[in-house]
Design a protein around this ligand. Sequence first.
Ligand SMILES: Nc1ncnc2c1ncn2[C@@H]1O[C@H](COP(=O)(O)OP(=O)(O)OP(=O)(O)O)[C@@H](O)[C@H]1O
Length: 344
Amino acid sequence: MSLLEVTNLTINLQTHRGRAQAVRDVSFSLERGATLGLIGESGCGKSLTALALMGLLPQHAQVDGSILLDGMELLEQSEKQLCALRGNRMAMVFQEPMSALNPVHSIGRQVAEPLRLHLRLSRAQARSRAIELLERVGIAHAAQRFDDYPHQFSGGQRQRITIAMALACGPDLLIADEPTTALDVTVQQHILDLLQSLVAEHAMALVLISHDLGVIAQNVEQLLVMYGGTVVESGMTEAVFASRAHPYTRGLFAARPQLHLAAQRQPLPTIAGTVPELVDLPLGCPFAGRCSFTAQPCFVERPPAHTLQTPGTSAPVSLACWRQPHVVHCLRKEAIEPTTGTIA
Ligand SMILES: Nc1ncnc2c1ncn2[C@@H]1O[C@H](COP(=O)(O)OP(=O)(O)OP(=O)(O)O)[C@@H](O)[C@H]1O
């Protein structure tokens, strides 16, 4: 059995404009020690998916489907049971470390707290373990800095401290939601390297959310590409990067900053149109309104997932697209006659 099995996860939110279908039928599984990335443009449901795993969705959210952690149905746990699991079996690192740290408590106290709460360590034991953890994540002179407050640290150091807090009890599952986006580019790689080595050291499963395709390529083995609350393409990262077979994935990759385009003073390619309103989602494929490959079924029914084996890769990808053979045919042609790759 996988460590994490998510099946048909669906999240609806009541908003003043009506019911927003923020996440629809998201399914994936993750083995112990494995890494999975979630990518997709802003508002596609990545963070809500992560929050659902942690049992941290807003109270007005209606959740359907199943989230099994080591066989335990998380959607059936009470708030008290979830509290006992959070920080213990599963933990999360957020984008903005200051929002995860309490500004009026010393960093030492905050790292020691889960050790006292979940592992029932004495004050002295928790202090000594917290110092070890702070040293492990790269906080120099941790013992002397134990009583310092979050504002006395840089952004990168604060993120290291939140990682120490997340790892304190040795969780099985670590979720990192844009862990480096708010940081200076010079410290981003250090934080990602730290996460990678800790995940390997503790054989944890990692779910990494990022907008940055480079970060995803280097840090996760499996990938889900999300659009309009659904998974449009998924598979091993290498296979998804090689196939880019869904028109949305294609557009996402084409829209990444590229040095040769900047050197030629060419504008950054974009995906024409805007993301659909979640309150008023179209009947068919959520990407249909922005896709240049559409045919009649795309506007009528949500496409089922198909498996596609891309030449040159060892693993297949799963693709939710009605026009799959036609798209693949066009993309292969495009590989011979390269275009800008823009989907307009
Ligand atoms: N508490 C909430 N109440 C109502 N709508 C919400 C709430 N939280 C999120 N949403 C909406 O749900 C959708 C998905 O949000 P989510 O935060 O998961 O997106 P995301 O893919 O993580 O985006 P980003 O990359 O910008 O963080 C968005 O349209 C968002 O506006």
